[in-house]
Design a protein around this ligand. Structure first.
Ligand code: GTP
Ligand code: SPV
Ligand code: MN
Length: 615
């Protein structure tokens, strides 16, 4: 399609300005068709950037630059007019200055390249909860990924009409080409200090420069659906969250919907596609990364998955850990930074079977196949943040109503993270505000999903939104408190904190996780159903003795006790850290309800003495 086909006045004017600034050789308006995808993918293959996989129909492997393997939080900016509005957890920069710097970088940055204009919808096209965006990019890889991750094309332009709302998303890999120059098979991107992932919340505008990877470049995802959408949600009274959405059916055929916020690479995709080990239970997928939730007329919260695909962590994905993901990526999938086998398939650490012969690692180097399904740190065949991009409709357990424009009614929220100690397998908040407190104290070991020197260390990641909240986190906590006042308590989702990641003294996980997490989901389901299966403890509601079904589970009674009891000393340290290091960051913006919840917790913990509160 040609730019003249664009009938939206504001969009056209914006794009014309971008053309003047970026000076591409060509401009192309995307229609979202299969033909378009195939043509652009062929261009990437011809340029030596993508490798077709003989073993997987219509699937391709890409290798990025070592400086461009994950989100870069240090180069992610919230450029609100006032610094205070970005808050203590974001990198703030003055919007005018940032625009000046970036305009310098953007000037002429698309020389030698085609500029693609991608009209896309986050959420089913036309849904009341969905929103439109237009991403302008000079990367064919980004266009192909956006085709899978969002709904792209003419149908979105029809909904936008001549003056409908949209979020402008500008992206460039930041690597102009001189006449006759090509990428020579090298993933194009800019140096780290020239990468900018910028958000202008008041203007609802995104400018990204210098990275082609994941959340830095597929701007519908974290930039729009979380950072900008969190601001819209605050202003409009809804929730935009880093949450999976699952549908769970019990043996009697009753259905509930659960969302869960876990930090990056902490198990959302796995939980969303879980195959229950408990007989008679069924889990189906609605979304694996982001949930947008609005109140329905009945006063309940309804969630949609704004995305259309999965951008999932590849390493560790196997028939054992996530069979449904393995099925979802059999065809029509883009792989990034995975290993390549001699017979033309992908391989990664934790894929569940050893590789044979020689492999090509994510750097493009030939390597002998590792003897085990593991490699030493830093020597992996697949980068620890290697990812697959696959259409959600290919998931064998995608719920039949996953695209319902009304969304699905939510019964429970889960919070969780990688916590080797203290936090039990599951506990439930006493009420809404206590639940908001639990969300606010989420902590987790940092994973490879972000380029950071903190990988492996525990950091607080409130609501798993630390890198994704587009405004002051203290105001975000307040927004959650306010949401709880908008409807009656019985209509609000119940709130749980789960932890699959407790470790023993030998650094091994105590809880087997994956499909076995269905045992915890079943308890949560029954809890939402009003079953008398919980006891009151100093930290909230916990499973009654025997209320978590352990039939056939390879965990000793002592270990179950350990992960299902209140670690009084551990919680004392936790409370001290929250009070001294975590909460003071938010200053006056910290809602009093959260300080009250912390005080109550402290009183209850102190009253319980130094016993271990074993049930
Ligand atoms: P993003 O896409 O980065 O937002 O992450 P995600 O939350 O969807 O992460 P994902 O489900 O892909 O989790 C990836 C990592 O978590 C892999 O290393 C998995 O092996 C591990 N994981 C997932 N579920 C479990 C579990 O129940 N127990 C344990 N021990 N590890 C798990
Ligand atoms: C995450 O890091 O939480 C992701 C991957 O889901 S990315 O899209 O790169 O942000
Ligand atoms: Mn994510």
């Amino acid at each position: 399609m040609k730019l003249d086909d664009l009938k939206h006045t504001k969009a056209k004017a914006w794009i014309e300005d971008v053309i003047k600034m970026c000076q591409p050789d060509d401009v192309y308006l995307c229609d979202g068709s299969q033909e378009e995808y195939d043509r652009l993918m062929q261009k990437l293959v011809d340029a030596g950037l993508g490798t077709p996989l003989k073993k997987r129909k219509h699937s391709f492997l890409f290798r990025s630059q070592p400086s461009d393997v994950a989100r870069v939080e240090a180069r992610t900016f919230i450029a609100s007019k006032k610094e205070e509005d970005a808050g203590p957890t974001n990198h703030w920069t003055d919007p005018a200055e940032l625009k000046k710097t970036m305009t310098g970088l953007y000037t002429g940055c698309m020389k030698g390249r085609t500029m693609y204009v991608i009209p896309f919808s986050m959420g089913p096209v036309g849904s009341d909860i969905a929103k439109n965006g237009i991403e302008v990019t000079d990367s064919e890889y980004v266009v192909c990924n956006m085709h899978i991750m969002t709904r792209v094309g003419t149908k979105v332009l029809d909904v936008m009409g001549t003056d409908g709302e949209f979020v402008p998303c500008l992206h460039s890999v930041g690597k102009p080409l001189a006449p006759g120059q090509t990428d020579e098979g090298q993933w194009p991107c800019a140096d780290m200090e020239h990468k900018y992932i910028s958000h202008f919340p008041e203007e609802r505008l995104i400018w990204s420069y210098g990275s082609g990877y994941g959340g830095n470049a597929l701007l519908g995802k974290k930039c729009f659906a979380l950072r900008i959408a969190s601001v819209l949600a605050r202003d409009e009274g809804w929730l935009s969250e880093h949450m999976l959405i699952l549908k769970i059916t019990n043996p009697e055929g009753r259905v509930k919907y659960i969302t869960g916020a876990f930090p990056s690479a902490c198990g959302k995709t796995n939980l969303a596609m879980l195959i229950p080990t408990l007989p008679g239970w069924k889990v189906e997928t609605v979304g694996d990364d982001i949930a947008w939730m609005k109140f329905g007329k009945d006063g309940r919260l309804y969630a949609i998955n704004p995305e259309a695909g999965f951008f999932g962590v590849a390493p560790g994905t196997s028939d054992f850990s996530n069979k449904n993901a393995m099925e979802s990526i059999k065809e029509n999938t883009i792989f990034t930074n995975c290993g390549l086998t001699e017979d033309g398939d992908i391989w990664w650490e934790g894929i569940g079977y050893p590789a044979k012969g020689e492999l090509i690692d994510w750097h493009g180097k030939k390597r002998p196949a590792p003897e085990k399904d593991k490699s030493p740190k830093g020597e992996e065949i697949a980068h620890p943040n290697a990812r697959f991009t696959a259409p959600a409709r290919q998931c064998p357990v995608i719920a039949d109503n996953w695209e319902d424009p009304q969304g699905v009614p939510i019964d429970a929220f889960l919070f969780g993270g990688r916590r080797p100690s203290t936090i039990p397998l599951v506990h439930q908040s006493r009420d809404w505000n206590h639940g908001v407190f639990l969300g606010s104290i989420v902590g987790s070991e940092v994973t490879a999903a972000v380029i950071s020197d903190q990988v492996g260390q525990v950091r607080r990641d409130p609501f798993a939104m630390l890198p994704f909240c587009g405004y002051h986190m203290g105001d975000y906590f307040k927004h959650w408190i306010e949401i709880g006042k908008k409807t009656s308590a019985d209509k609000l989702p119940k709130i749980f904190y789960v932890n699959w990641f407790r470790k023993d003294e030998n650094d091994n996980f105590i809880w087997p996780g994956y499909g076995e997490n269905s045992r915890v989901l079943a308890w949560i389901f029954d809890r939402c159903d009003g079953k008398d299966n919980a006891v009151d403890t100093p930290i909230g509601w916990m499973p009654k003795e025997g209320a978590i079904n352990t039939d056939g589970l390879d965990v000793s009674k002592e270990q179950m006790k350990e992960i299902l009891s209140v670690d009084v000393e551990g919680w004392k340290k936790e409370i001290k850290d929250i009070r001294e290091n975590h909460y003071p960051k938010f200053g006056k913006k910290l809602p009093k309800e959260l300080t009250e919840a912390l005080d109550t917790l402290e009183k209850r913990i102190n009253a319980s003495g130094s016993c271990c509160c074993k049930q």
